[in-house]
Design a protein. Structure first.
Length: 57
């Protein structure tokens, strides 16, 4: 099973560690960057953390 590990030194605006993601080739990495995958997953993960921690308003 493949898992993500926090990237050392890379954090989002809230101070949470950003995941380290590996791509099959540079083109796939560029395509994901253009589509905003990192921003989207960061937002979804932060929202899920709020729900899981029971701090949703």
């Amino acid at each position: 099973m493949r898992t993500s590990r926090p990237a050392r030194g890379r954090q989002d605006a809230t101070g949470r560690d950003l995941p380290l993601v590996r791509h099959g080739d540079p083109q796939a990495r560029e395509q994901h960057a253009k589509l905003g995958f990192a921003d989207g997953w960061t937002l979804v993960t932060a929202q899920l953390a709020v729900v899981a921690e029971g701090t949703a308003s």
